[in-house]
Design a binder for this molecule. Sequence first.
Ligand SMILES: N=CN[C@@H](CCC(=O)O)C(=O)O
Ligand SMILES: [Mn+2]
Ligand SMILES: [Mn+2]
Length: 324
Amino acid sequence: MYKPTAPGTWKGRVDALDGEEGKRWHQGIKLLNLTEGAEPADAEQAIAFLGFCCDEGVRRNQGREGAVEGPAALRQAMASFAWHLEDDVALFDAGDVFCTNQNLEEAQKQLGKKVTALLSNTYKTIILGGGHETAYGHFLGIKQALPEGQQLGIINFDAHFDLRNYEKQPSSGTPFLQIADDLRTENKDFNYLCLGIQQQGNTQKLFNTAEALGADFVFAPAMQVYNYEALRERLQQFVELADVLYVSIDLDVFAAAYAPGVSAPAALGVHPEIVLLLLQEIISSGKLLTLDIVELNPKLDSDNRTAKLGASLLYHVVQQWSQV
Ligand SMILES: N=CN[C@@H](CCC(=O)O)C(=O)O
Ligand SMILES: [Mn+2]
Ligand SMILES: [Mn+2]
């Protein structure tokens, strides 16, 4: 269920005449093979991408399939980014975990193992989804790597709570309830902040589940740059209570004009600037442990707009995270 990235996958524009000054991400990224686990990172600041090629959760959740192609589209959209990273920073591509034979549960376990391998070898990890079922696999890995007694805070930029009941089967709509239940089993707190919730996109049942779990949330219409100070305060209160943060970005949080390439587009979704500002605030706290970006469906995208939005957010995340 795991494959390292093939050489030649990262390709893009080459400005040969400009030498080192013309460097782009596809010329600087290193391939990392996790077949036997991970070697300790050989750079002061090591950031690793890992793909989760899976939309089985979306299929089970009655969504529109295609997120299995998300990791490839994100890599392609990042490949020609200009290289502006400091000399002590190394960027890695650690390959992909695949979901085969609709065996989502096994794929999530495999993703978890690779995440643990990266985190316990001091890589800053960025998981490229996949449907939002990526989050539960990601969490399985975080759980193993988290030092005893550390409080985990989970921040999800999403139009949806993804707190659906999973008695029948886990899906892309259930990961955060699965996480909440796992944490409760271990007598740990579920600290969950959801940013960009659409009222019409979540039933009363989901609001009730969120309330019962003590989850905090901000509705999409309040996610505005003019409201930044209030949002920052809210975020800071949440961040203060956590020792480490897991951030999830579901691209359906954005307005469909920016992000048409998702299973469930939000016509009145959030504008990217406010998400970027809040991400910068999160990273500057120094508590970000790991991040994922999910629900990109290249089949539904328009001129790679959604892929480019996701990739551009990752550009800024990498640029800032490599300096804290
Ligand atoms: N990943 C989550 N997806 C949403 C889908 C909602 C919809 O299809 O409208 C959810 O389950 O709530
Ligand atoms: Mn989601
Ligand atoms: Mn969503």
